[in-house]
Ligand binder design. Structure first.
Ligand SMILES: C[S@@+](CC[C@H](N)C(=O)[O-])C[C@H]1O[C@@H](n2cnc3c(N)ncnc32)[C@H](O)[C@@H]1O
Length: 217
């Protein structure tokens, strides 16, 4: 893949927009399926809990989250208007039933009252946060005291093997993210790891790792 194409895809991974953004989002669903499903398997809400997903992209995994909260409510939040519309379309049955909503905005400034959610889930978003302390503070604010943050990311060794991450991604180590969470006042920080074999950009087999941080507000 040439450098210009890498830059374009990297920009749409950061914020998928328009037709190209829609296409990139479908590739993301495929590429991140194992990771998202591993992270969702670590969501253990009570059946009536409210879950916020930040950066849900086109909302492909939202119904899998909703299945865990049959009497609860799912909110998807993303700063891409294209993704908010796509997620609404993909999940229009559940939105129509009043079980889900999708809202547009930035994670550093969310339109939710303090303590609105028992769970916040976010996957593959921390790379795009310039100063994660701001987003983490906001996540802590919207979580109920004792609520849980599940944050999934690819660790440094995986990200460094993906050439397009040199265009605008902040690659963060396990230790860095652990410290950020601690500084942000999160407690009981645990990490769980998952590894899968996928093809890299050249079609060669590569190990893709996932790290899920699980911590309390
Ligand atoms: C790489 S995609 C990940 C999509 C999906 N979570 C996954 O793991 O496949 C990142 C998503 O997060 C959104 N996003 C990134 N930074 C954000 C921010 N600061 N506030 C809100 N949404 C953000 C982007 O618009 C995009 O839809």
């Amino acid at each position: 893949m040439d450098q210009e194409t890498q830059k374009i895809i990297a920009a749409h991974l950061r914020k998928p927009e328009g037709e190209t953004g829609m296409e990139v989002a479908y590739y993301m669903n495929e590429g991140n399926a194992g990771m998202n499903r591993f992270a969702i398997s670590k969501l253990t809400p009570e059946t009536n809990h409210k879950v916020l997903e930040i950066g849900m992209g086109n909302g492909y995994f939202a119904k899998e989250v909703l299945e865990k909260i049959p009497f609860g409510f799912y909110t998807g939040f993303d700063y891409s208007a294209t993704m908010v519309r796509a997620a609404e379309e993909l999940n229009k049955d559940k939105v129509g039933e009043g079980r889900m909503r999708f809202l547009e905005g930035k994670a550093a400034n969310m339109p939710f009252d303090d303590g609105s959610f028992e769970w916040v889930f976010t996957s593959n978003t921390i790379y795009f946060w310039e100063e994660p302390a701001k987003e983490l503070k906001e996540i802590k604010r919207v979580l109920k005291p004792g609520g849980t943050l599940l944050l999934a990311m690819r660790p440094e060794e995986t990200m460094n093997n993906i050439p397009l991450t040199k265009y605008g991604f902040h690659i963060r180590t396990k230790e860095t993210v652990h410290n950020m969470l601690q500084m942000g006042g999160f407690t009981e920080i645990k990490t769980e790891e998952f590894s899968e074999e996928k093809e890299d950009a050249n079609g060669s087999p590569a190990q893709l790792k996932t790290m899920v941080f699980n911590c309390k507000a």
